[in-house]
Write a protein that binds this ligand. Sequence first.
Ligand code: BGC
Length: 492
Amino acid sequence: MSLTFASPTITPTIRSFTFSSRRTNNIVMSAIQPNSASLCPILTKFQNDCATPTPYLRKVADAIVDEMQAGLAVEGEGELDMILTYVDALPSGNEEGLFYALDLGGTNFRVRSVQLGGKEERVIATESEQISIPKELMIGTSEELFGFIATKLASFVAKEKPGRFQLEQGRKREIGFTFSFPVKQTSIDSGTLMKWTKGFHVSGMEGKNVVACLNEAMEVHGLNMRVSALVNDGVGTLAGARYWDEDVMVGVILGTGTNACYVEQKHKIPKLQSKSSSGTTVINTEWGGYSKILPRTVFDQEMDEKSLNPGEHLYEKMISGMYLGEIVRRVLLQMCKTSDLFGQFAPAKLSKPFVLRTEHLCKMQEDNTDDLQNVGSVLYEFLEVETNLNARRRVVEVCDTVVKRGGRLAGAGIVAVLEKIEKDTKRMSSGKRTVVAMDGALYEKYPQYRSYMQDALVELLGHKFASDVVIKHTKDVSGIGAAVLAATNSIY
Ligand code: BGC
């Protein structure tokens, strides 16, 4: 269990990138020899098919804005769900009391307690625990998954140190539940699962109220807690970052999966059937579902067909961390079959889906040794193949092609969201600072991906707006965001 205290406030880890301070691209790419691809027709074709020149990215960004508008107009229209989150009030800083966050959305889930101290003290104390989810639970039954979560939650609460954390008398413990899958929200504290993504496929849950599933499991395990806010991780990131910075308008996740959530004007949401159309609300775009204009290759198509959610989340499958390694693996396998990439035979391991992961690609792309030694070690360790320099160079080229396309497409998505905001608010043209809060291991740990994403942002936004946009890396603020939203929506 990690324990953090801070006085007077605990601030999240934040790294900012502003366009006015645009870096010179100092990322080492020396390992890539642009001409070696020409010797390999598959690679040349793949590179051409993956190309995302600026005019093409512009079309992607415009198409995403169109889909956002379609999704806001009529429920179920357009490729983006544009989910109403019922988060109308973002944190003000005045929130006080003890609240919890439970975060489920990847291979780990996290529980957190947060003692909020109001404007002056903000986060007085926070404690968290991360638990990895056994693989079989990701594709098992809802009782098994939520039963496991409730057990861990119960032991977390049992370890709580009195004094540090104080629950007001007569109150139940309230939770902000971050559930990072597409959910059709019916209120701030309920919503039904639309579909699973990111390799989850728990049976019988689609169409079910996920909060009810958690409540039932908590009851079975004798936990006297209630969910006060059900939030997506993008919403949690936006809310958590907003707690410290009122210019945050967008929360983006670039991790195993991807998503963007942003602050929308209610009168720009035709499908919102409420009498009051003034003010703002947070929209969960579920942009992973975008698919119209995308540079899809045969490798993307084949990977999609074999996935647990074929035909769905195609943008996510091109830009998020779960899939980049798998695309590379498929290209390498084809290169082995047609151009003797690793000698006469393809290594047996290369036929194993998902054997290459994003962190392996990153390690290979960061190799700046003359003979690409690190690339050699990764290939030896994970594919059990000995390689010469030429093969290593080609592997790096494949990685770079996939990562460049992913990063640039992600950049186009962010521009689309910023332009949608700009259209309705004219924030940026009036010189108002606009912050995108960013979280996710892909953004955090993959410098080349980040750099390609930033290039696309600058190319598309132009210098007119770029100087007012800040990309803030807000690591792990989504838990704080969820706890603060539980406070905002407390029943007490
Ligand atoms: C889910 C989103 C989530 C994103 C990032 C996607 O697969 O559909 O709801 O926000 O992953 O975790």
